[in-house]
Design a protein around this ligand. Structure first.
Ligand code: PEP
Ligand code: MG
Length: 893
């Protein structure tokens, strides 16, 4: 804790760029204040204060005095004191981290009310009911979030009060009822905590601030951060804001608004308004809202002002903004704004629209979209011509096509999905307690709430299919079923299909069709300008920007002509990895078996000779598909036993045959070979270059096939650009031996065909020793391709085939890493080896070609890293090529 550190900022002191310090909410409240927009005055306690608290367990020493000074200033501005008996200043205490974590942390409203000031508020507002309702809400919220009282107890008391009075709505309770309820609530607090509800307003405020700090480490918040990959050490800011009330009567209300439609990107009036209510009522989806456009009829002055503010905000932020506002007796107040979440499709459309409006340039447009969104747009959709029974329709809250078994609670969703079932989580509405279930589900369906309800906001954030507010569906979570308007009952376990792009809900499984974006990449759809193609046109433009600026080339991992052709259509600039072992599967497996079982040189040569023409044909097809572009062919990599029968099965077969005295010579030989080749750690055993070195003729057969195929393509006026890649090299000596043999074969083929081949020879860097000695290895390699799958496996000592299913969940939960290192490159460990190998390789051979062909080559975050360390290309599976192109562009822009 630094002595001169400032822990509290007035809204007039901050700005939108201070999100690290003030959190998103605080930074934007400050920005709006400084834009001259009507923001209720207040101040923000920094994330630094939170960090000190989280680390040391106590608030920074200076915090109390700073808060006092800012509170004094606030009281002066407002002309009343916090909790003042005859005219109380009330404040809200709200969490607000750098990244939005909707509903995951705590907020307390109406701080400053007490047995005394509630009377003052009643007089000031000339509304006794309102004052007691506000006090009731304070005790309830404070009791639950600050004092840790079970919220159900308050809910039950509230329900009981309504029951006694024989009414159903909270609003039917009058001041006298609410007074009684306050008494009861205070009793609950006393009974549950052993202390009275604090009457001192400053004590209320201090406790609420501490509770917000603590809520950073609540279970919900931690789970959400892991899911969203938000670092755990950021802490939250706390916003203390003077209260304005949307529940003072019909001339008051609260709402949320978007400056554009977050689903389509179209400009217009989008949002929800709830008359005579407080903000939390809208987000929780408790009562049904009216469309924002209706506000024009309800309160024209506020509506016009809001429209003007929205246009100011959009021009200022140069992006879609979402807004929370409250109208208190005809006076409009802005409670929050931020650059709004949007669907993947809208992100692309909005980015190009803003370019057209001259608000942003192409480089900025690239930053407004990302590879994860593009990947989402490439998901298949429901077949609209399907005759599936439509059982309901709600709001298309988050796109995608999800099919699964209906479950009605989060627990079952998690349980079933763990056992491999696909589930749809169906709730009346969701709340932060449903987060586990939402993560586990394929899709989410709710019967209440709008586009800004919890379900909608969280699902959009996760990229998960969601339909909300499907009102004609009656969800009965207690009996685990849902009833449609026509009376059909859907029980737990029945299959439903949910279309998050149209809001439609179907009974049974609906077939899916490819996405228009994939159709476009496939060349089956062109980027026209009409409305249906709007999305495709936007994607087309953004991809063109990315291709124009990116430095990294993008290749495909493909080992047959079909995949190669698709990759090419998707924009691949070559093949970065052809795994030849994939060419030895199927019926050719027996040919490999013969090779392995060969006892004599003749038998082995015979087996190799049989494989040669097949391999050659494979390569001819591949070189033709990729004509004019580089094709990196990797020589055989996996352990040989993968081509032999399973040891246990074969042992049983042989034993049974022996028992029947019916032994088969071939099986016996096979079993011997299987035993001979059996390894405890096959991934660290006889594979890769080691195979090439111990099985004479194997690699040279493959090199011959490549060379002859290339010669044949050249003779057919083709332009084959083959590169031969040696896997699992650990030392330059291995490579030198293979190289010498290969060069001999290539020279033979050149002499025999009279064609000059110019085949490049290189290696994979996928062992720590290779990375460390990359400078030496580069003497014998014209290119490196980083095999980050094996490199991750060997650097961490993690078996790539086992760990993700065994202990990674525990590691992720403990925060040891936020994402599997097999998915996103571990920059500090594996990445640092890549970085130094790049430098060493270039030092030895300045024109060495450098790429990566592990799974990381198609992972957005990893692509940025590979750009930064200076690779020449990334190689990934065909479907990820557009994502890699986009991210390579974003990295360079
Ligand atoms: C790698 O190890 O990263 C690689 C691309 O090779 P494979 O996945 O085939 O082992
Ligand atoms: Mg490998």
């Amino acid at each position: 804790e630094n002595k001169d550190q400032k822990f509290v900022y007035d809204f007039t002191e901050g700005n939108k760029d201070l999100k690290d310090l003030l959190g998103g909410k605080g930074a934007n409240l400050a920005e709006m204040t400084n834009l001259g927009l009507p923001v209720p005055p207040g101040f923000t306690i920094t994330t630094e204060a939170c960090k000190v608290y989280l680390e040391s367990g106590t608030e920074p020493v200076a915090l109390r005095d700073e808060v006092s000074a800012h509170l004094d200033a606030l009281e002066q501005k407002m002309g009343k004191k916090l909790g003042q008996a005859d005219n109380p200043l009330l404040v809200s205490v709200r969490s607000g981290a750098k990244f939005s974590m909707p509903g995951m942390m705590d907020t307390v409203l109406n701080i400053g009310l007490s047995d005394k000031s509630v009377e003052g508020l009643a007089q000031q507002a000339d509304n006794e009911r309102f004052a007691w309702d506000s006090y009731r809400r304070l005790i309830q919220m404070f009791g639950k979030t600050v004092l840790g009282v079970d919220g159900e107890l308050f809910e039950e008391a509230l329900e009981a009060a309504k029951h006694t009075k024989k009414v159903t709505s909270d609003t039917d309770l009058d001041a006298a009822d609410l007074k009684k309820l306050v008494k009861q609530f205070k009793k609950i607090v006393k009974a549950e905590t052993g202390r009275d509800f604090p009457q001192d307003p400053r004590e209320q405020m201090d406790l609420a601030i501490k509770a917000v700090f603590d809520s950073w480490n609540g279970d919900r918040a931690k789970l959400y951060r892991r899911q969203e990959r938000i670092p755990h050490d950021l802490g939250t800011a706390v916003n203390v804001c003077s209260m304005v009330f949307g529940n003072l009567g019909p001339d008051s209300g609260t709402g949320v608004a978007f400056t554009r439609d977050p689903a389509s990107g179209h400009q217009g009036v989008y949002g929800d308004y709830l008359q005579n209510a407080q903000g939390e009522d809208v987000v929780a989806g408790i009562r049904n809202t009216v469309p924002l456009a209706d506000l024009e009829q309800i309160d024209k002055k506020s509506y016009d002002q809001l429209m003007e503010i929205m246009s100011t905000l959009e021009t200022h932020y140069k992006d879609l903004c979402d807004i929370e506002f409250t109208i208190e007796r005809g006076q409009l107040w802005m409670l929050q704004t931020r650059v709004g979440k949007r669907t993947a499709g809208a992100a692309f459309r909005i980015a190009t629209q803003l370019v057209d409006q001259g608000l942003i340039d192409e480089a900025e447009a690239l930053q407004r979209v990302n590879g994860a969104q593009l990947a989402q747009l490439m998901f298949p959709r429901f077949d609209e011509s399907s005759k599936a029974e439509l059982i309901g329709r709600g709001i298309a809250a988050s796109p995608g096509a999800a099919v699964g078994k209906a479950v009605f609670d989060s627990y079952t969703a998690v349980k079933w999905s763990r056992s491999g079932e696909k589930v749809i989580l169906i709730r009346r509405e969701t709340n932060p307690d449903d987060l586990d279930g939402m993560i586990a589900a394929e899709g989410i369906l709710t019967s209440r709430g709008g586009k800004t309800s919890h379900a909608a906001v969280v699902a959009r954030g996760m990229g998960k299919t969601c339909v909300c507010g499907a009102e004609e569906l009656e969800v009965d979570t207690k009996r685990r079923r849902m009833t449609t308007a026509s009376g059909t009952v859907i029980e737990e376990g029945d299959v439903v299909s949910v279309d998050g792009s149209t809001g439609k809900v179907y009974l049974g499984e609906v077939p899916v069709v490819p996405s228009p974006v994939v159709e476009y990449f496939e060349g089956r759809m062109h980027a026209g300008a009409d409305d249906a193609d709007e999305l495709v046109a936007a994607v087309h433009r953004i991809m063109a920007y990315a291709d124009r600026v990116r430095r990294l080339r993008v290749r495909a991992n493909a080992d047959n002509a079909e995949d190669a052709l698709r990759a090419r259509r998707f924009g691949a600039q070559g093949i970065g990895l052809c795994r030849t072992e994939h060419m030895f599967l199927g019926e050719r497996r027996e040919m490999v078996e013969k090779l392995i079982l060969a006892d004599t040189d003749e038998e082995r040569d015979e087996a190799l000779a049989a494989l040669l023409p097949q391999q050659k044909q494979d390569f001819i097809e591949l070189f033709e598909a990729m004509d004019g572009l580089p094709v990196t062919v990797r020589l055989l990599d996996p352990p040989l036993h993968e081509f032999l029968p399973d040891i246990t099965e074969l042992s049983v077969r042989v034993a049974l045959a022996e028992a029947r005295e019916d032994s088969n010579e071939n099986d016996l030989r096979l079993l011997q070979a299987v035993h001979r080749l059996h390894e405890q750690n096959p991934m660290l055993g006889l594979r890769g270059v080691r195979l090439g070195l111990v099985i004479p003729g194997l690699f040279t057969m493959q090199v011959r096939a490549i060379a002859e195929a290339a010669a044949e393509r050249k003779n057919a006026k083709g332009d084959p650009r083959a590169e031969i890649m040696i896997p699992l090299v650990g030392t330059v000596q291995e490579l030198e031996i293979v190289r010498e043999d290969a060069e001999k074969v290539i020279a033979e083929v050149e002499a025999a065909t009279g064609v000059e081949l110019k085949l490049a020879l290189g290696t994979m860097i996928e062992l720590p020793r290779a990375a460390v000695t990359a400078g030496q290895i580069a003497e014998a390699a014209e290119f490196f391709s980083f095999g980050t799958n094996d490199l991750t496996q060997t650097v961490w000592g993690f078996s790539r085939d086992d760990v993700e299913a065994s202990f990674f969940t525990a590691y992720l939960e403990k925060g040891i890493f936020g994402v599997s290192p097999f998915e996103t490159i571990d920059k500090e460990g594996v990445g640092s080896l890549v970085r130094s190998a790049v430098q060493a390789g270039r030092a030895t051979r300045p024109d060495i070609k450098l790429g990566v062909c592990g799974e990381h080559g198609g992972d957005p975050e990893s692509v940025h890293f590979f750009h930064e360390v200076g690779l020449d290309y990334v190689s990934c599976s065909p479907f990820r090529i557009p994502v890699a192109r986009l991210e390579a562009g974003r990295a360079a822009a």
